[in-house]
Design a binder for this molecule. Structure first.
Ligand code: HPA
Length: 276
């Protein structure tokens, strides 16, 4: 378990910077994953900080992940944006992967929007679709809450019956229909990676109810909910597959496809953030 002083140190540093710049504390937080770092909502003022300058923040360079934090505002509202996420497949411990979420919670965030790139399992899904995560199957083989205790010292037996906030999800689906977003809903299967899936794995994941597969998002969703945040997840579909065999896929291809989905995602993030 990442020791609490390290999290507190990072929170303190960010609090100091917010006060120095006269920026409000963020009530909302967004995580922008692979190729999605440009999906920044419209901000009136902002401060961008390289994560290397935040004490305790695990640093790992990865193509398509800028590695900065943006503290932004619109009016009185404050927003925390993590541009570039940390992944288990990079060799990080789970507690490092979810470190940013604990910092966001420490700063007072109440809602989080987790965005990532994912491969389609549902044959009706096309590249560029945004999938609202309604539920997940965690096949990563690890859980970020292992070893974590609640305030009474008990294991973090988290109720996940409403992990992905239904009300916010319904709101986004309604808005998406009205505005013509390429928004679909589904179940995300999470794997540890970094290898992509074999054909047999893809067929298995589809069989157990998966609509898309990714190597991220689920750990942060679990930790954020444990910290009391309302969670929303959106997966950008970057690659599709053929029911009979996997199609070749590469990180570069995932990044390119994710970048093309940035305008639609940006609209969704704006709407999510400015909702009361
Ligand atoms: N599999 C796992 N993770 C991914 C994929 C995929 O096909 N595409 C983007 N992230």
């Amino acid at each position: 378990m990442v020791n609490v002083p390290k999290i507190e140190e990072a929170v303190e540093r960010l609090r100091y910077l917010l006060e120095k710049e006269g920026l409000p504390r963020p009530r909302e937080a967004v995580v922008l994953g692979s190729g999605l770092g440009e999906a920044l909502p419209e901000l009136e003022r902002w401060l961008e900080i390289p994560v290397a300058e935040i004490s305790g923040w695990p640093c790992r360079a990865l193509p398509g992940h800028p590695g900065t934090v943006v503290l932004g505002t619109a009016g009185e509202r404050g927003l925390f944006i993590q541009r570039g996420r940390l992944h288990y497949y990079q060799g990080l411990e789970m507690e490092e992967v979810v470190f940013p979420v604990r910092v966001m919670a420490g700063l007072g965030a109440k809602r989080i929007l987790l965005c990532n790139a994912a491969g389609a399992l549902n044959p009706a899904f096309e590249k560029g679709f945004l999938m609202l995560v309604r539920d997940h199957v965690n096949l990563m083989g690890v859980n970020p809450l292992r070893g974590v205790t609640d305030s009474s010292g008990n294991p973090a037996f988290l109720d996940v019956s409403d992990l992905y906030d239904q009300e916010i999800g319904d709101y986004l689906v309604g808005l998406g229909q009205a505005r013509g977003w390429p928004l679909v809903e589904g179940v995300l299967v999470a794997v540890s990676g970094p290898s992509y899936e074999t054909g047999a794995e893809l067929r298995f994941f589809r069989l157990i109810g998966g609509d898309a597969v990714s190597m991220s998002l689920v750990p942060e969703a679990l930790m954020a909910r444990f910290c009391g945040l309302r969670v929303t997840g959106v997966s950008v579909i970057t690659n599709t597959w053929d029911l009979r065999r996997p199609l070749p896929v590469s990180h570069e291809q995932v990044l390119r496809a994710a970048e093309q989905a940035v305008p639609a995602l940006k609209e969704l993030i704006n709407a999510w953030w400015l909702r009361d």
